[in-house]
Design a protein around this ligand. Structure first.
Ligand code: NAD
Length: 434
């Protein structure tokens, strides 16, 4: 069977598919096939990562015991520029998850039209079990193991789930020691003192805010009337919640791995952020405030809200719970939070989904700005960064919206068509080596 023969799927056809993120990414890719004129040979290239590395990462624990973790770095495509994508520390990291995330990075960079391909990395580890010094040793050894692949002009990592500016600082230092030269542009999301961009930490959440305002405006909904629930109160979710509350939205649900909370009158997001900053493990567990009640994670996803922002991990809205999700608009802060079958169920009842490859692109756009500043050794003001971020996302949103209207497809399909066609065009123009 060629890719052209793959039948169009319905929700019931897909209900049996196991949630493997790479399978999920390929299903999304295959749905684009019938809407494009991309030749079969180019499709074969688009469905495979260019390069995938698996590494062993031995770490000496503080008590002298040796533990060995498995790490990955995947370069999905370099057709449009150097590979770009974060590094995740999580016990659920697998080769297929990293491949999927690297694929989504490829389409995302193309949708917002920045000169990058896509990559991703990760280590299968629960970082909450490591001390700070163990985490540093893990990061430095993992960096050494993927060092042959990464580089300012080759592949540029950034933070993702459970990795911070501090982790990026250790990567810059380790690469500098191994290479014998200063290479601040080898990662983005570093501390500002080390060449990081002012505004990068907030950029993904700020981008989620921009696209949420954009979609509500297009749907004729007022932000001041919007009731919003956010799953995941980490970097992306907490900042999106904070900025949307500042724009007048009522944040009625927040959650993290430790629990979910509902406040019908609206959370004081700054108060929740202060609580998390001081709590053990930086978690919401035990959060109390007037009007706040604890609910289940599932309950949070199914709240009667205008906007749901899943900003935790992939495969949170599935065929199992999509029928109970009530939000009119879903803005995907996380990568891959909605499975293809859930996507169809939600689409059938008219929910508008702003896909991850557009909704959370603010992070990589700002990473691109950081990289440009590192290469030019010329830092910008934060205001300039935020303005340029807004205009790039605005243009991408306009293009995706217009394509969805002219082709009569969902925003996800429109974003995939736009991104995949741009990558395919670059592959065709380059030709196949040798
Ligand atoms: P983070 O580690 O800062 O936050 C993740 C949050 O999700 C934490 O609050 C965690 O407790 C919560 N969480 C984990 N499992 C959960 C569960 N089962 N239920 C509810 N909450 C749960 O990570 P982040 O950087 O905010 O990334 C979140 C998502 O956004 C990921 O999918 C990531 O790939 C994506 N993303 C991040 C960036 C970025 O710049 N950080 C950019 C683009 C996309």
């Amino acid at each position: 069977m060629t890719i052209r023969d793959i039948p169009r799927r319905t929700a019931s056809d897909l209900a049996d598919v196991q949630v493997n993120p790479y399978e999920m990414m390929l299903q999304q890719l295959d749905m684009v096939r019938e809407y494009t004129e991309i030749p079969d040979g180019i499709w074969k290239i688009l469905r495979q990562p260019e390069r995938a590395l698996e590494v062993s990462v031995p770490v000496v624990r503080d008590d002298g015991e040796i533990e060995v973790f498995t790490g990955y770095r995947v370069q999905y495509s370099s057709a449009r520029g150097p590979c770009k994508g974060g590094i995740r520390y999580h016990p659920g990291v697998t080769a297929d998850e990293v491949k999927a995330l690297a694929g989504w990075m490829t389409w995302k960079c193309a949708v917002v039209n920045i000169p990058y391909g896509g990559g991703k990395g990760g280590v299968s580890v629960d970082p909450s079990r490591l001390t700070q010094r163990e985490l540093e040793r893990l990061t430095r050894r993992y960096t050494a193991m993927i060092y042959p692949l990464i580089g300012t002009r080759r592949d540029i990592p950034a933070p993702d789930v459970n990795t911070s500016a501090e982790v990026m600082n250790w990567i810059v230092d380790t690469a500098g020691v191994l290479g014998g030269e200063a290479t601040p542009g080898i990662v983005t999301g570093k501390a500002i003192e080390m060449g990081g961009a002012a505004g990068r930490r907030e950029a993904t959440g700020r981008g989620v805010m921009f696209v949420t305002l954009g979609v509500l405006e297009r749907l004729g909904m007022e932000i001041g009337d919007a009731r919003i629930a956010v799953q995941g109160f980490g970097n992306v979710g907490s900042i999106a919640a904070q900025l949307l509350a500042q724009h007048g939205a009522t944040i009625v649900g927040i959650s993290d791995v430790s629990g979910a909370y509902h406040c019908p009158t609206g959370f004081d997001v700054d108060d929740a952020l202060r609580y998390v900053a001081q709590s053990p493990g930086h978690l919401l567990a035990g959060y109390q405030a007037p009007g706040v009640e604890e609910i289940t994670n599932e309950g949070l996803l199914c709240l009667d809200v205008d906007v749901l922002i899943p900003a935790a991990l992939e495969a949170q809205i599935t065929a199992r719970n999509a029928g109970n999700v009530q939000a009119k608009v879903i803005v995907e802060g996380a990568n891959g939070p909605t499975t293809p079958e859930a996507d169809l169920i939600l689409g059938e009842r008219g929910a508008v989904i702003v896909p991850d490859i557009l909704a959370n692109a603010g992070g990589v756009v700002c990473s691109y700005f950081e990289w440009v500043q590192n290469i030019q050794c010329f830092p910008w003001e934060e205001q300039q960064t935020n303005q340029r971020l807004g205009s790039i996302l605005q243009r991408a949103m306009d293009e995706v919206w217009a394509l969805a209207e002219t082709r009569g497809v969902s925003l996800r399909l429109a974003a995939f068509i736009l991104g995949v066609e741009r990558v395919a065009a670059a592959i065709q123009m380059r030709g196949i080596f040798p």
